[in-house]
Design a protein around this ligand. Sequence first.
Ligand SMILES: Cc1ncc(COP(=O)(O)O)c(C=O)c1O
Length: 387
Amino acid sequence: MTFEYADRIKRLPPYLFAEIEKIIKEKKSQGIDLIPLSIGDPDLPPPRFIIEALKEEVANPKNHNYSFSQGEPEFREAVAGWYKKRFNVDLQHDQVVALLGSKEGIANIARAFINPSDKVLVPDPAYPVYANGSTILCDGTTVPLPLLEVNGFKPDFQAVNPKNIKMMFLNYPNNPTAATVDKEFLKEAVDFAKNNNIILCYDNAYSEITYDGYRAPSILEVDGAMDVAIEFHSLSKTFNMTGDRIAFAVGNKQLVTGLTKVKSQIDSGPPVYIQKVAVKALQSYKNNEPPDFLKKNNQVYRERRDVFIERLCSLGFKCIKPKATFYLWLNCNSDSMEFTTKLLNVGVVVTPGVGFGECGENHVRFALTQPKEKIEEACDRIESVFK
Ligand SMILES: Cc1ncc(COP(=O)(O)O)c(C=O)c1O
């Protein structure tokens, strides 16, 4: 027996990473040893104190009841405390909601505000969930917001027709381009959103993975942002806790309330023991500086970045040295699927840029989530193709 999928499911493109996983399986079955540089899942472990806290909190029988859709008060307080320390932004408790990963919040925000055919500005290239999990699954219409290299992978708001746009996604430090922005750009984004009555969803999942002295701002540091913006953060990349599914959204009260209303009909908050561990993680910030373990992690990513870029440059590729994220966005000057297949044939798995949107064509994304020796081996293999 077969059942017909809902139209919104039929409108979904194939999930990019699922396709890649299929090819990987095929290669593995052929006995090819693969170096996965495709998915943004850190290979580094969570810091020791988080594992210890997890053991302690999970062993407490009181931590196994339902939580609240908005999250435990203690967790929301810790988030507000972190925002004050890290960004000097004040948040009330009803401006914070706990999430089962920021992906979940990004998907559900559209359920609260998007009606069928409402238009949503989605960066191109971008993390695919803004278009698919969020807009399309809510029957909204995506309007691409090109991120071009000539503009530093920032949108040109002057070139956008804002008529009937209800919502806009932005993400810096950016996946996949690794581009970063300053507060001046964020002010421009907030003004554009305010002048045109657009909900601004700002994804700041990589704010803590930065190098060379760069510190990523929060959009909520900008004047007027609280009127239009909701910001998504996650413990996934900061604390290497991708599988623990803990994140949060903060900002404009109505936007947070809308998201919470949706969630109250769908989930009952992240597990209490995970929220308690997250409190300890957030409290490891003593001031606006990253704690020591994070500095060390970022140093590891920075070394990988430097090795990789040096090797690619020696092959004649032009590389932009990113100041944040663990991604490298390479202009491969050719069809991104073909380039990806060439690398797959020598066992290096990367993500074709076209999977992030049409403007991602002629690019590939490397995720430097493998130890340095593996990165070097990947470089040797890439050299064998292009030298
Ligand atoms: C830009 C961006 N936002 C959000 C997420 C989701 O992270 P999580 O759901 O683990 O918080 C990711 C994951 O890769 C990402 O790259």
